[in-house]
Structures are given as C-alpha cells and as structure tokens.
Design a protein around this ligand. Structure first.
Ligand code: FAD
Length: 395
C-alpha cells in the first residue's frame, strides 16, 4: 500500500498534511519528529517566555488530531538518512521501507556567530518549546537580559522579558534594528518607541565573548566594551537544516534545492518550508512555509499539478501596541522606484510606499494596522497608486 513519509513536524509539515487530506482522505502518512511534542506554532514561543502561555496550552494539535488525519506521528525519532532509490527512511530507532513519496520539512536552526564562551550556562537560543521553557525558567524578571540580535525575534523576546519585569538590552552589530524589514528611518522610529517601553537598544556592538566562569555574567565586544547581564539570548538569524539531505545525497546549497514543483534533486522526494532553497533564496518565514507546503502536497499526489511562483515576503512585528508590517520591495534605491514617506512622531506612525510606474511594489507600515492592510491589498491586486497619502496612508 502507498505511504507518504514526512520528516519534520513544523508548520510546513502540518500544512502539507492538511492539503494532502483535501485531495486524498486515505493515503497513510508517517511523520517523524526529533522533538517530543506534537505540533505547536513557533511564534507562540514568545508567550511561553513571557509566561502567558503554558507548555500544555501552546500545543495546537494533540495526538487525536493526527489520529483523525490517519497520520502516524513518531515523536523523538530523528531521521538520520533517506535512501533515495528505495524511498527508505532510516531513523535513530528503526528502518521504514518503500515510501511512495517523501517530504523533507526539517526547518531551520539558530545561527550562532563565532562567540567565545557560547557554551556557558544561562546562554540561550529560542527555536523550540524546550528552549522557550529553559529561558522562562532562567529569566526571573529581576536581572538584566542581554539579547544579541536586533531582528524580529530579538525585539519580541525583549518585549516578553519586559512583561515579566526584566530589564532587557538588545545589542546589534549594525547601526539599525530589523535590517531585513526596515529602512534606517523606520528603525529610528522603532528604537524610540522601544526605549519608551523600557527596552534598551545598543547598536554597533559586535559580541565576541560571553563573560563569566561557568555561567554568563555579560558580554564583551570585539573592541573590548563590556555589558553586564544575568542571561544572554542569541537571536542572530537562522540557517536551513540540510544535514539529512546532505547525508542522503540530495542536492543542497544554502538550503535543500527544489524546483518549481518543490521536488528535490531526487525524483519523488520533495521539500517545503524553512529548509528549502528556491531560485537561490532561502526564507525563514511562515508565509513561504505555507505556500511551499501546499505546492509540495499537490505535486506529491499528482506531480506537475502545481507550480510554485514565489511568495511576496511580509513580516509582522507585534510588540506591545507597536504594529509593524513590511511588505515587498520596501528598501530599494534604484531610480526606477519612487519612495513616499509619511512620519508622525506624535502619533508614532511611519509609512513608506515604494512605487514603480505608479504600481505599489512594497512598503512599511509602522504603528497602524489599517495602513498595513491597505498595503497588502494594493500589492496583491497590483493596484495603481497615484497618491499614496490618500490611497494608502489614510487610516
Ligand atoms: C520564536 C519564533 C517566533 C517566530 N515568529 C514568526 C512570525 O511571527 N512570523 C513568521 O513568518 N515566522 C516566524 N517564525 C519563523 C517560523 O516559525 C518558521 O518560518 C516556521 O516555523 C518554519 O516552518 P517549518 O515547518 O519549515 O520548520 P520548523 O518549524 O523549524 O519545523 C521543522 C521541524 O523538523 C524537525 N527536524 C529537523 N531535522 C529533523 C530530522 N532529521 N528528523 C526529524 N525531525 C527533524 C525540527 O526539529 C522541527 O521540529 C518564528 C520563529 C520562532 C522560533
């Protein structure tokens, strides 16, 4: 009997299962996860750190969901190799033969820059539920938490720590926050608002060392500057999990290389989510995981039935009343694009629209959800925008 094997149990895996079940209610599916919990949404890990969501509450699909979907979930069973010819899956516990098709949805892992003393106690990353529980247990909200990295994760963690009474400091090696989502003007705006919330921002500090004997007592920069702290959280980006693909002889570069049908270099083995590389680019965001997973599912059942054409990247940061969305091409400088900016310090809003021949191609909406929605609609409908202030920025 035909079976489908899925490696990984994140949002790409879950979305693939749901899409498969829309078209085929029978084909048995095996899911292998190296984690010990059934599905939980990673963005909610921030709420685990702040203590607002418990370990039990974060689980979105428990064992009964998998049963209903006719899915055999194998937890704490990492896959070590796939044998492409026979579609065999080798795990740390057993060997499973003769899959019809296999999906690799192994996600990504935190990137750790070269920092001396990274192995010390009270140095954390936040990727899994176990990581979030470990940070929550270590951060009692009394001391100073140092967050290395000024991206979305770093800022959201700082806000979570502030909620439990901590005094977080976010350090970044460059001179702005959210370099992947904001231009310099919007970054200054955001810094101002975060500092008002009691979050300290320290830019241009390249962390070279964690100080302390066996546990972290602070960080030291490449130029010898020191910041004292009780916990250090490293939030410096992610890298695709490609180890399994490499050991299975599947082509990789930065990520697992997939074609427009989400098929890897091996016929019948597909990939979706953070671990993939399509047209030379790896993302680490949910919208891409959803789109690639749906496409993979359709092609798993009927190869060639769906084609992935890309995802318009969008990011949303929701930190204590600061709504921030950046979408599409929001930070381009070449003369073919025109940027219109409207900033209001009193209201705490910063809007930017990028136009190419009167077509809205990207923008930033800081401080207002309605403007963000206007921008999403404009980009998805390729709207002609002659006056961004009237057509996009008016709330
Ligand atoms: C705290 C946090 C907040 C986030 N917030 C946002 C947000 O607001 N918006 C957004 O777009 N994105 C956000 N992200 C990123 C988002 O979570 C990822 O893009 C998404 O989880 C990717 O899904 P995935 O299924 O590809 O991979 P993952 O969710 O990483 O799942 C992959 C799973 O496969 C497992 N695995 C790996 N190798 C093996 C193996 N060999 N055998 C078995 N299992 C294996 C991994 O352990 C993991 O459980 C956030 C991430 C974090 C950590």
């Amino acid at each position: 009997m035909k079976r489908i094997g899925i490696v990984g149990n994140g949002v790409a895996s879950i979305t693939t299962i749901r899409e498969l079940r829309k078209h085929d209610s029978d084909i048995p599916i095996d899911v292998f996860s190296d984690e010990s919990y059934p599905y939980y949404p990673r963005p909610k890990l921030i709420d685990v750190v702040s203590g607002e969501v418990s370990k039990e509450e974060i689980i979105q699909f428990d064992a009964s969901w998998y049963e209903k979907q006719n899915v055999t979930l194998r937890l704490s069973e990492p896959v070590t190799e796939i044998i492409p010819d026979s579609k065999t899956i080798l795990t740390t516990m057993d060997t499973y033969f003769n899959y019809y098709k296999i999906l690799i949805a192994t996600g990504s892992h935190p990137f750790i820059p070269p920092i001396h003393g990274i192995e010390k106690k009270r140095v954390h990353v936040v990727r899994t539920l176990d990581d979030a529980i470990s940070v929550r247990d270590d951060v009692k909200g009394k001391g100073r938490e140092i967050i290395v990295g000024g991206g979305i994760l770093g800022i959201e963690l700082a806000a979570a720590m502030r909620k439990i009474g901590g005094s977080p400091i976010v350090i970044s090696n460059i001179h702005q926050l959210l370099p992947a989502q904001l231009d310099a003007g919007a970054s200054d705006f955001l810094i101002h608002r975060l500092e008002k919330m009691g979050i300290t921002i320290y830019l241009g500090f390249t962390c070279a060392e964690i100080s302390g004997a066996d546990h972290a007592t602070g960080v030291v920069s490449t130029t010898g500057d020191k910041i004292k702290g009780d916990n250090v959280v490293i939030a410096t980006g992610v890298r695709p999990n490609v180890t399994l693909a490499v050991s299975s002889g599947i082509e990789t570069d930065k990520g697992i290389i997939v074609d427009e049908h989400m098929q890897t270099s091996v016929k019948g083995v597909y990939s979706a989510g953070d671990c993939t590389e399509w047209k030379g680019v790896c993302w680490g965001i949910i919208p891409v995981a959803l789109d690639t997973a749906r496409c993979a599912a359709k092609n798993i059942l009927n190869h060639g039935s769906d084609t992935y054409t890309g995802t318009t990247p969008s990011n949303t940061l929701k930190v204590a009343n600061i709504e921030l969305t950046s979408i599409g091409l929001y930070n381009v400088t070449s003369p073919e694009y025109r940027s219109i900016i409207s900033a209001n310090e009193e209201k705490g809003t910063y809007f930017k629209a990028v136009l190419q021949d009167d077509t809205f191609v990207g923008g930033i909406a800081l401080g207002d959800r309605k403007v963000a929605m206007n921008m999403r609609r404009a980009i998805s409908q390729h709207l002609q925008i002659t006056d961004p202030t009237k057509q996009l920025f008016e709330q």
